[in-house]
Write a protein that binds this ligand. Structure first.
Ligand SMILES: [Cu+2]
Length: 480
C-alpha cells in the first residue's frame, strides 16, 4: 500500500515537472514563415558585361508567354533571360505602336516559381537591334530590370545597362505573391508606359491551399499614344508613338488587359461550367487603379498581392493600385460568357475587358456565322473608318451580329432607329437617357448600365452611321 502511494506521488511529481515545458511549448509564438533569419538577404553582386546575347529574346522553362499560365517547373534554380527590345506592337486594330519590351513582347513573359527558389537572371539591352519593317522607332537607350519579387540593393541589381551590354544577377524568392517587374530607368513613367513590364508568380513553399481547373494571367495596363508627328508608317498603317502630354496628365488612350485592346474579347479565355478558375491579376498602371470584377460570379477567395495569408472571401471586386495584384478564385456557375472588366467603366470602355467563355461553343459558332458579313470591308472610305473605329472603341460592349454583350447587338440598328436618333445618341447618350423614352426603355433593358459618352466628333459619328448602313444593306446578315 505505501508503495502504491509513493508510485502515485512520483507520477504526480513527474507530471508537475513536465508541466512548465508543456506550457512553454504551447505558448511559444508559432514559427514566422517570413522570419528574416530564414531568408537569403545577401545575394552576390550583379555582373555587367559588354557581351551581347544573340539568341531568343526570352528563355527559361519557368516562362509563360500568354494568358494561360504553365504549371510550376520544379527546378529549384530558374534560369531566366529577358532581353530588352524596341518593337512595333498592335495595341488595337490599326494602332501600331513603337513599344519597348522585355522578351520582345508586351507584357513581358510571366515567370512562375516557388518560395525558396533562386532566380538566375540575365538581360542584354538589345534596343539597338533593327526593328523589322521600319527604321528605328526610338533611339537605342539605357534600360534596367526592377523585380518587385526580389530583396536586393537597387543600386547594384537594378542598374541601367547600355545597348549591347548584359547584366546578370541572382536572388532568392522570400515571399509568395504576384509581383510586378519593370524597367527602372528614368523617366520610369515613359519606360513603363512604353511596355516594359511583366509579372513573377511566386507560389507558397507548399503550393496553394486550393485546387483549380484553370489558371490564367490577366495584366492590366494603360497606353498613351498619338500618331507619329513625323508621319512615319508601318507598312501602310500610321505609326503611333508615346503621347507625353497625355502621359503626364494620366489621360490614357487605351486601358487594356494583356497588352491588347479587347484582346480577350476576340480570343476569350476558356473554362467549363462547374470549374474553378484561378486568375493572377496584376494592375501595372502606370497611373490608374483597377476595380477588377467578373460579371456573373463572385470571387470565392481573393488573396491580395497573391499571398494566401491575405485572404478575403466572397468578394465582388478587388481594388488594385498601380503595381498591386491579387489571385482571385471563383466557380463558373453555368454555361455562359463571363465578362472580366475594370469596373471603373471609363477604363473598361478603353479596352480593359475580356471574356471567359464557358461552354458557350454555340455562341462562338453563332458569332462566326453572323460575322460572315462583318468580316467584309466596305468600299466607302468613311464606312471603312467607321468600321475601324467601331472595332477599336465599341466592340467591348457591342457586337455586329454576334448577339448582345453589355450593350445591344448593333446589326440592324439602322432599321430600328433613324439617323437623327442615332446621331443624337452617339453625340450625347446621357441627354437622350434623360429625355427620350426609347433610350430610357433601352437603359432599363441593359441593366441600367448607361453607355458612356465618348466625346465622339461629328465626323466620326457620320462614319459610324455609314458603317452601320453598309452592314445592314448586306442581304441575309440578320435573318432573325
Ligand atoms: Cu527601359
Amino acid at each position: 500500500m505505501p508503495e502504491l502511494v509513493s508510485a502515485r506521488i512520483r507520477l504526480a511529481a513527474a507530471l508537475l515537472a513536465a508541466l512548465p515545458s508543456i506550457c512553454a511549448a504551447q505558448l511559444a509564438p508559432a514559427r514566422d514563415p517570413y522570419d528574416p533569419a530564414g531568408m537569403d538577404l545577401a545575394p552576390k553582386p550583379a555582373r555587367v558585361m559588354s557581351e551581347r546575347h544573340k539568341g531568343p529574346f526570352a528563355e527559361g522553362a519557368s516562362l509563360s508567354f500568354g494568358a494561360a499560365l504553365k504549371p510550376l517547373d520544379p527546378a529549384p534554380v530558374k534560369e531566366v533571360r529577358l532581353d530588352t527590345t524596341h518593337k512595333i506592337i498592335e495595341i488595337a486594330p490599326g494602332v501600331k505602336f513603337g513599344a519597348w519590351t522585355f522578351g520582345d513582347q508586351v507584357p513581358g513573359p510571366t515567370v512562375r516559381a516557388r518560395v525558396g527558389d533562386r532566380i538566375r537572371f540575365s538581360m542584354t539591352n538589345r534596343s539597338d537591334e533593327p526593328v523589322p519593317g521600319v527604321r528605328l522607332t526610338a533611339a537605342p537607350m539605357m534600360h534596367s530590370m526592377d523585380f518587385h519579387a526580389a530583396m536586393v540593393s537597387p543600386q547594384d541589381k537594378y542598374r541601367s545597362v547600355a545597348p549591347g551590354q548584359t547584366i546578370e544577377f541572382e536572388f532568392t524568392l522570400n515571399y509568395p505573391g504576384v509581383f510586378m517587374y519593370h524597367c527602372g530607368t528614368p523617366m520610369i513613367l515613359e519606360h513603363i508606359a512604353s511596355g516594359m513590364y511583366g509579372a513573377v508568380v511566386v507560389e507558397p513553399r507548399e503550393g496553394y491551399p486550393t485546387k483549380v481547373d484553370r489558371e490564367y494571367v490577366v495584366i492590366q495596363s494603360e497606353f498613351y499614344v498619338k500618331p507619329d508627328p513625323g508621319k512615319r508608317k508601318v507598312g501602310k498603317a500610321p505609326l503611333y508613338v508615346l503621347d507625353s502630354d497625355r502621359l503626364r496628365d494620366s489621360r490614357p488612350t487605351y486601358t487594356v488587359f494583356n497588352g491588347v485592346h479587347n484582346g480577350m474579347v476576340k480570343n476569350p479565355l476558356v473554362a467549363k461550367p462547374g470549374e474553378r478558375v484561378r486568375l493572377f491579376v496584376m494592375n501595372v498602371g502606370p497611373s490608374k487603379t483597377s476595380s477588377f470584377h467578373v460579371v456573373g460570379t463572385i470571387f470565392d477567395r481573393v488573396w491580395f498581392e497573391g499571398n494566401p495569408d491575405n485572404q478575403f472571401r466572397g468578394m465582388q471586386t478587388v481594388l488594385l493600385g498601380s503595381s498591386n495584384s491579387a489571385i482571385v478564385e471563383f466557380v463558373i456557375p453555368e454555361k455562359g460568357a463571363y465578362v472580366m472588366v475594370d469596373h471603373h467603366f471609363a477604363n473598361a470602355s478603353q479596352g480593359a475587358i475580356g471574356i471567359i467563355e464557358a461552354g458557350g461553343k454555340g455562341e462562338e459558332q453563332e458569332i462566326e456565322h453572323h460575322n460572315i458579313a462583318a468580316s467584309g470591308t466596305p468600299d466607302d472610305p468613311e464606312a471603312v473608318q467607321g468600321k475601324l473605329a467601331f472595332e477599336s472603341k465599341c466592340l467591348a460592349c457591342h457586337s455586329m451580329g454576334g448577339g448582345r454583350k453589355l450593350g445591344p447587338d448593333i446589326a440592324g440598328v439602322t432599321k430600328r432607329r433613324t439617323d437623327a436618333w442615332l446621331s443624337k445618341w452617339l453625340k450625347s447618350p446621357e441627354k437622350m437617357l434623360e429625355s427620350d423614352p426609347d433610350a430610357k426603355a433601352m437603359l432599363k433593358e441593359y441593366g441600367n448600365l448607361p453607355m458612356p459618352n465618348q466625346n465622339l466628333p461629328d465626323a466620326e459619328i457620320r462614319q459610324y452611321l455609314k458603317y452601320f448602313h453598309w452592314f445592314d444593306s448586306r442581304a441575309g446578315t440578320h435573318a432573325h
